[in-house]
Write a protein that binds this ligand. Sequence first.
Ligand SMILES: Cc1cc2nc3c(=O)[nH]c(=O)nc-3n(C[C@H](O)[C@H](O)[C@H](O)COP(=O)(O)O)c2cc1C
Length: 164
Amino acid sequence: MRAIVVYESHWGNTAAVGRAIAEGIGPEARALSTAEATGEAIAAAELVVAGAPPLGFRLPTEDTLRGLTAERSPSPPDLSQPSVRAWLEALPRGNAPAAAFETRIWWSLGSAAKAILQQLERAGYRPIAKPEKFIVKGRYGPLRDGELERARAWGAELARASAR
Ligand SMILES: Cc1cc2nc3c(=O)[nH]c(=O)nc-3n(C[C@H](O)[C@H](O)[C@H](O)COP(=O)(O)O)c2cc1C
């Protein structure tokens, strides 16, 4: 199945989950940064999956991202790619099956995935699963043990659901 899994990731957790989801979907699925997920890749996709971390209890805004430079994180944040929020704003209308995910701390309020899925639906895409969460152990990660395996399994489930 020609699927794209688009991610926003500043410390690598969401990117790792995105790659695992693509592996689970199958060999024709590709995990792409927001800069790589262009019009042509989107138009050819039979399934569109998008993910981002919630920052400050919501899908990151440009303001949130500017603030990340002040973080005292073990490694600097990757701010080289457009946000998923900006990617969604530029997304052409479509009708492919769609799903959304986030990587987050287990107790957090708010959701990035829910906002992503609503926006995909507004653009005409058809949700095939509930927004999914993958859990990190701290502010910058790492992912909890077993989350990448769970992401692969979720990818396989999405492939089955969109083939129905
Ligand atoms: C400034 C900042 C705000 C955050 N806010 C939230 C939040 O509201 N909810 C949450 O669950 N996690 C929050 N986190 C944790 C990140 O969402 C989490 O580490 C995520 O996996 C990072 O993904 P990435 O490595 O792909 O950038 C926050 C982290 C930072 C640095």
